[in-house]
Design a protein around this ligand. Structure first.
Ligand SMILES: [Zn+2]
Length: 652
């Protein structure tokens, strides 16, 4: 920072929140507490949330904006886009019509699921549900071929569990959750008119436990090459005698010639599983998934009971008010129609330019940093730099919007939901064998998040996250780079995390590493995994550093690149800005810390430690910053303090 003239301002003037800080905490001991302690003390998790943090604050703000749009749309005076959105939202809000319709909307599905008695009727139920987008027994989808990333291939893998992960069925720590699930399933089946629903609930658990045994652990699922098992229809027929040609025909699609099987051992076991379990067990299983998947569109009794499961799994005490859930339902069904309205109203071109400028700075700095890494040979370094340069950066919203060719009717919410789900399922599966559309977005423009996609080597930064406390035209450079800069750096680093590094610049799964460099990279990753595994998130519940490794590498690289990019932007500034006594370097780190102020309910902590590839927010801050020397310099942390440990890890 320039030594010399300074300009004294307040934290608010640079876009940071003084009230969120806990100045009594030692930033060198627990920086999360220092940055967020004030926020933690005054913030309660709302009753309709399992987690509450800065991202949820923005999400709530976006929902209010979207509600305004949808209420206007629902007046029915707008164009065709507005009409479709308005009708969808209105059908969801019409509780009287939903109550009156009862289970009429799902009757055709239940007609199949309640009549499973042999191989033929089992197959009929399976295909009918898959066509409707209800995942049972296994999942089907499409994605870029990992060896030819320009082509979409049909993918098959395990799926169809009602609980968040296989561990809930197979590990003793989840006993109470499994018992509660059994009770919940019995109630749902009772509501659906299934006789002996207690016994039937046992059947559902029996089926799902068998599926769980054949399902990979969350850590095993991160092994990319192990999930890439290409074969043709003949190869698939060797695994399972299911009528695959008939299956795809029933779904109304032609699969790609190359099929990719995620878990071959599951499909080898499928025929045996189908006969081992009795038709009545399958029937209960299929029926439960129909009513569980569609509960929101069924009478209140179903919806309330389905929420009981959420309550048990996350600790969230109350349902969000209906309008919020109807916003979610409408965005799930018609996301890009709504995205179009949202972007037009809330995302001016100037915001796109400003965000792109931050992203440009991050890419420049990251290219320089790759040039400076001392552990890498020239050949690998050049390839890494080439890959970075080729990352396609999408900001705000897609260039081309999707269309939604299905009927939306007022007074028929269940019908709308099923048509939307069937349409989306078919849209995805119909990509099989076609060229990959790299302009397609995986998130909505109003989503408060961002992503990097290794198979396309692209990244998207939706308009939804480009707001305070991540980003704003009125915030200081340090605050913006500590916020959105850190997020962008995180996404770019994903191209080089333990998974991303297995893909080349075209998105193909291809080794571009020398053996020696790869060994060093793996050792650096091991350092990170070991460190995060030592973080105790709740009494005796530790972060699984093998599950969170990709995100942790991205966090470490992200905050480092963002810090150096902020320094680059401020180099040669005539005056250093001091905000309430905090230097610009300190402002950067306060912004990075405050971006993650967050609280979880205890059940949610347990659920996330099992399934979430991100470390808990507190440890994202702690882990990323204690490994960065610039942090301990900025806060003059003595060697040996928790934020300035003797042993640090760094990858990028
Ligand atoms: Zn990430």
């Amino acid at each position: 920072m320039p030594a010399g003239p300074t300009e004294q301002v307040t934290l608010a003037q640079v876009g940071l929140e003084a009230a969120a800080l806990d100045r009594s905490a030692d930033p060198c001991v627990d920086f999360f507490q220092f940055a967020c302690g004030g926020w933690l003390q005054t913030t309660q998790i709302p009753n309709d949330r399992a987690r509450w943090g800065r991202l949820s604050e923005i999400d709530e703000r976006n929902k209010a904006a979207i509600r305004t749009l949808l209420e206007e749309d629902a007046k029915g005076t707008g164009d065709a886009t507005a009409k479709k959105l308005g009708d969808y939202y209105a059908s969801c809000m019409d509780e009287a019509a939903i109550e009156k319709a009862g289970t009429t909307g799902v009757k055709p599905l239940l007609a199949k699921t309640t009549k499973v008695k042999d191989a033929r009727s089992w197959f009929a139920a399976l295909t009918e549900l898959h066509k409707a987008g209800i995942t049972v027994v296994f999942g089907v989808g499409t994605g870029p071929d990992l060896q030819d990333s320009t082509t979409e291939v049909t993918q098959l893998d395990t799926g169809g569990l009602g609980l968040p992960d296989r561990d809930y069925y197979l590990k003793g720590d989840f006993r109470d959750k499994l018992d509660a699930y059994r009770e919940h399933v019995a109630k749902m089946l009772g509501l659906a008119g299934v006789p002996n629903s207690d016994a039937a609930a046992g059947d559902v658990i029996a089926v799902e436990t068998e599926l769980a045994k054949l399902t990979k652990t969350a850590v095993e699922k991160r092994d990319v090459p192990a999930a890439y098992n290409p074969m043709d229809m003949k190869g698939l027929a060797k695994l399972s005698k299911l009528d695959w040609a008939g299956y795809f025909k029933a779904l109304g699609i032609t699969p790609s010639k190359k099929l990719v099987i995620g878990t071959p051992k599951f499909f080898s076991a499928l025929d045996g599983l189908r006969t081992k379990l009795k038709p009545a067990q399958w029937s209960a299983y299929f029926t439960y998934h129909v009513v569980a998947d569609t509960a929101f569109a069924l009478p209140k009794a179903f919806d309330d009971e389905q929420f009981q499961l959420t309550k048990v799994l996350t600790g969230q005490p109350e349902q969000p008010e209906r309008s919020k859930r109807c916003i979610d339902a409408t965005t799930d069904a018609l996301g890009e129609l709504l995205g179009q309205q949202y972007a037009a109203k809330y995302f001016p071109p100037a915001a796109k330019q400003r965000a792109s400028a931050v992203e440009d700075a991050l890419v420049t700095v990251m290219g320089d940093e790759l040039g400076k890494l001392d552990w890498m040979t020239e050949a690998t370094r050049k390839t890494a730099q080439g890959k970075l340069a080729k990352i396609v950066r999408m900001v705000g919203y897609p260039d081309k919007w999707r269309t939604y060719d299905f009927d939306v009717k007022r007074g028929d919410f269940a019908g709308n939901e099923l048509r939307a789900s069937a349409f989306e399922t078919h849209r995805v599966l119909a990509k099989s064998g076609k060229p990959v559309d790299r302009g397609e977005w995986q998130m909505n423009s109003f989503t408060v998040n961002a992503y990097y996609e290794p198979t396309e080597n692209n990244t998207a930064l939706p308009a939804g996250i480009l707001q305070s406390p991540f980003f704003g035209a009125d915030r200081g450079v340090a605050a913006n780079f500590g916020g959105i800069g850190m997020v962008i750096g995180h996404e770019l680093t994903h191209g080089f995390d333990d998974q991303g590094a297995q893909f080349d610049s075209d998105g193909n799964l291809k080794n571009w590493w020398t053996k020696e460099d790869k060994e060093k990279f793996d050792a650096k990753g091991q350092c990170v995994a070991d460190m995060y595994s030592s973080f105790e998130a709740a009494p005796k519940a530790f972060v699984n550093g093998k599950l969170t490794l990709g995100e942790d590498i991205a966090d470490l690289g992200g905050v480092k690149m963002a810090f150096r990019a902020y320094r680059m932007m401020r180099a040669g500034a005539p005056k250093a800005i001091v905000a309430d006594g905090f230097t610009e370097d300190q402002q950067f780190f306060i912004a990075a810390g405050q971006a993650w102020c967050s609280k979880d309910r205890p059940a949610e902590v347990q659920r996330r430690l099992t399934v979430d590839p991100h470390a808990p927010p507190k440890f994202r801050v702690y882990g990323a910053l204690r490994n960065l020397p610039e942090f301990s310099q900025a806060f003059s942390c003595a060697a040996g303090t928790p934020m300035h440990p003797a042993q640090t890890c760094s990858v990028w």
